[in-house]
Design a protein around this ligand. Structure first.
Ligand code: X8Z
Ligand code: ZN
Length: 594
C-alpha cells in the first residue's frame, strides 16, 4: 500500500486505510495462531508445540511489522479515534520481538516450550516417607490438579510441605528460557519505543505507565488494613490448630498451610479459621456434590446465570469444542482459560473441572470472558478486547458475587435462606478468597516489572520473589530457598506469559461493578446479600458496558456502568465492613503484623 501523498507525508486517510488493512491481516493470522495454540494446550507434544510456535512466530512478526509501519503516522495530525487505534496496534503484543526473524522464532519457541513444561509438569515423589499412605501409590506421579486438591483438603503439614516443594521442581529448568525470553522481549519493547517491557506493560491503561503503578499502590494501601486484620486472625487460628512448631503465633505464615499451592486464596482453610459458633451458611462444594451435577452441568448452571440477564445462550459449538474434564490419556494445560478462536462465535473454555465450589466459581469466571468476547465481536479487531484487561477478569467474578444463599435457593441447590446470623461466616469465606488474594495479585507483576527493567538480575530472581512474598503477603517458604530454585516459574502466569496486574484490578473493580448492578436492580440490602440473578435492568447495564469492548478509554466504560471514572476501593471495603468489625474485635489483644 502506498501511504504517502505527493509531498511524501502520509495523510489521515492513509492512516485509516492502513488500519483497515492491518486489522484484516491481524485478524486472519490471529485465527491461525489460536487454532494452533488450542491444539498445543489440549494435546501437549513436540508436534503441537512446533506448530504453535510457528504460528506465533508469524503472528509476532506481522504485529511487529505493522507496529513499525504505524510509526510513520507519528507526526500526522489525526483524530483521537485513529490515534488510539494506532497506539493499540503498537501495544498489541504481550512479548514483542525485535525486528529480527531469528529472535522472533526463538521467542515463539521459548513461549511454547515453557507453556508445555508447565502443562505437562508432574511431581513424582522418590520416597513415600513424606506422603500420606492413603494418597501415595507406589510409582505414581501427581498432576497439579491432583496436588491442588490435596493442598486444599489435607491438614497433614508433612504432606503439604512435600507437595509444596515437589511441585516447585517443575520450574528450575525454565529459568534459562525465561531469562532469554526477557532479553528478547525487552529488545522488542525498545524497538517499539518503550524503555523496556515494564514500561510497555504498564502503558496499556489509558494513562502514563508510572501513574498506573502508583494507582495500584494507592489502591493496595486502602485495602491493606483489611488484609492485615485477616492475616492476623488466620495466623492465630492456624497456630491454634497446628501448634507453635508448625504455625508460629507471630511473624510470617508458612506458605504451605493456606490451602492453596501459591497461598493466593485461602478459602480452603475456612474450617480452621472459623469460630465454633461461626457456622458457614453452606458449603458450596457439598451443594455441588450432593446435587449430583456433572462438570457440564456446572457450566450449564453458569450459562443460565448469564442468560437470565439477557445474554444470548452459548452456541452449540461451545459445547462441542470446549474441554471441561482432564483427559486421562495425554498432557494438557489444565490452568483454566477462555478462548475465542475466530473472534466471532467460536468461543470455548478449557478447564480440568473438579466438582468443588471453587471450580463452580471459576466456571463463572471463565464464562465471563466468553460472554464478553462474544458481545463485543462486532467491534473492529483492535477493539475486541476488554476496556482494560482487569475488566475482562472482573466480569465473571462480578457474576459470581451474586452466588448468594438467596440465589442458591432459587436454583434449587439450597432449601432455606439462612438467617442474618450466618452472614459473618459467609463474609469470612468470601474474604479468605477475595481479600487474601490482593497482595499476591499485586506482587506477581511487581516482580516482573523489576525483572524487565533490570532492577532484579537473573542471579536474584528467587530472592526478589520471596522478598515481595514476605513483604506483601507476610508468608514464608516452608523450607529454605535459593537461586537454584525458580519459584515464580511454578505459577502458571510466568511461563504462560499472562500479565497479572489485571487480577488485582479485577478484585477492586468487581465490587464496584457489583455495587452498581445491585443498585440498578433496586436491591437495597447489604451488598453481600444481593444477587442480580434474572434482573434484566442490571443485565442491560452490564451488557451495554461490555459491548463497548476497548472502543473507548476504560474510564468511559467504568462510567457507563457505575457512574464512576476511577478505581474505587470503597466498594470492597464497604462489602467487608461487618467482617472488619469482627476481625478488629478478635485481634484486639493480638500483636498483628509481621
Ligand atoms: O488465572 C486465572 C483464571 C484464568 S484467567 C483461572 N486466575 C488467576 C489465577 O488463577 O492465578 C483467576 C484468579 C487469579
Ligand atoms: Zn480470567
Amino acid at each position: 500500500m502506498n501511504i504517502a501523498d505527493s509531498n511524501g507525508q502520509p495523510s489521515a486517510e492513509d492512516a485509516k486505510a492502513f488500519l483497515d488493512e492491518a486489522q484484516a491481516r491481524l485478524e486472519k493470522m490471529a485465527q491461525e495462531a489460536s487454532h494452533a495454540s488450542w491444539v498445543a494446550s489440549t494435546y501437549i507434544n513436540l508436534d503441537s508445540q512446533y506448530t504453535e510456535a510457528l504460528a506465533m512466530e508469524r503472528y509476532t512478526a506481522l504485529a511487529v511489522e505493522l507496529a513499525g509501519e504505524a510509526a510513520k503516522f507519528d507526526n500526522v495530525d489525526l483524530d483521537p479515534e485513529t490515534r488510539r487505534m494506532l497506539t493499540m496496534l503498537k501495544q498489541g503484543l504481550v512479548f514483542p520481538a525485535p525486528n529480527d526473524p531469528e529472535m522472533t522464532a526463538e521467542l515463539a519457541q521459548i513461549g511454547s516450550k515453557m507453556q508445555g513444561m508447565y502443562g505437562a509438569g508432574k511431581y513424582c515423589p522418590e520416597e513415600t516417607a513424606g506422603l500420606d499412605p492413603t494418597v501415595k501409590k507406589e510409582g505414581k506421579c501427581y498432576t497439579l490438579t491432583e496436588m491442588g486438591q490435596m493442598m486444599a483438603n489435607s491438614r497433614d503439614p508433612k504432606l503439604l510441605k512435600d507437595l509444596w516443594v515437589g511441585w516447585r521442581k517443575v520450574a528450575p529448568p525454565m529459568k534459562p528460557l525465561y531469562e532469554r525470553q526477557v532479553e528478547i522481549g525487552n529488545a522488542g519493547a525498545k524497538d517499539l519505543g518503550y524503555d523496556n517491557l515494564s514500561v510497555m506493560w504498564r502503558s496499556k491503561y489509558d494513562m502514563p505507565a508510572d501513574e498506573f503503578s502508583a494507582d495500584m499502590d494507592n489502591q493496595w494501601n486502602k485495602v491493606k488494613p483489611l488484609y492485615e486484620a485477616l492475616h492476623c486472625h488466620v495466623r492465630a487460628k492456624l497456630n491454634e490448630h497446628y501448634g507453635d512448631k508448625v504455625a508460629p503465633a507471630s511473624g510470617k505464615i508458612p506458605a504451605h498451610l493456606l490451602g492453596n499451592m501459591w497461598a493466593q486464596e485461602w478459602g480452603n482453610v475456612y474450617d480452621i479459621v472459623k469460630d465454633d459458633d461461626m457456622e458457614a451458611p453452606y458449603d458450596l462444594t457439598e451443594l455441588v456434590v450432593n446435587s449430583g451435577m456433572t462438570e457440564q452441568d456446572m457450566v450449564k448452571t453458569g450459562e443460565k446465570f448469564f442468560t437470565s440477564l439477557g445474554f444470548k445462550p452459548l452456541p452449540d459449538t461451545f459445547w462441542e469444542r470446549s474441554q471441561f474434564v482432564q483427559p486421562k490419556d495425554r498432557d494438557v494445560v489444565c490452568h483454566a482459560s477462555a478462548w475465542n478462536l475466530d473472534n466471532q462465535d467460536d468461543i470455548r473454555i478449557k478447564m480440568c473441572i473438579n466438582k468443588t465450589g471453587e471450580d463452580l466459581i471459576t466456571v463463572h469466571h471463565e464464562l465471563g470472558h466468553n460472554f464478553y468476547q462474544r458481545i463485543y465481536n462486532q467491534q473492529p479487531f483492535l477493539y475486541k478486547e476488554g476496556a482494560n484487561d482487569g475488566f475482562h477478569e472482573a466480569v465473571g467474578d462480578t457474576i459470581a458475587l451474586s452466588i448468594t444463599p438467596k440465589y442458591l435457593k432459587e436454583i434449587g441447590l439450597m432449601d432455606e435462606i439462612p438467617g442474618e446470623d450466618k452472614d459473618l461466616g459467609y463474609l469470612m469465606q468470601q474474604a479468605l478468597d477475595k481479600i487474601a488474594f490482593l497482595p499476591f495479585g499485586l506482587l506477581v507483576d511487581k516482580w516482573r516489572w523489576q525483572v524487565f527493567n533490570g532492577e532484579v538480575a537473573p542471579g536474584d530472581y528467587n530472592k526478589a520473589w520471596w522478598q515481595l512474598r514476605e513483604e506483601y503477603q507476610g508468608i514464608t517458604p516452608p523450607v529454605e530457598r535459593s537461586e537454584a530454585n525458580f519459584d515464580p516459574g511454578a505459577k502458571y502466569h510466568i511461563p504462560g506469559n499472562t500479565p497479572y496486574a489485571r487480577y488485582f484490578l479485577a478484585r477492586i473493580q468487581q465490587f464496584q461493578f457489583h455495587r452498581a448492578l445491585c443498585e440498578a436492580a433496586g436491591e437495597t440490602g447489604p451488598l453481600h446479600r444481593c444477587s442480580i440473578y434474572k434482573n434484566k435492568a442490571a443485565g442491560e447495564k452490564l451488557r451495554n458496558m461490555l459491548a463497548m469492548g476497548a472502543s473507548k478509554p476504560w474510564p468511559d466504560a467504568m462510567e457507563a456502568l457505575t457512574g464512576e471514572r476511577e478505581l474505587d476501593a470503597t466498594a470492597i471495603v464497604d462489602y467487608f465492613q461487618p467482617l472488619m468489625v469482627y476481625l478488629e474485635e478478635q485481634n484486639k489483644d493480638r500483636d498483628c503484623g509481621w
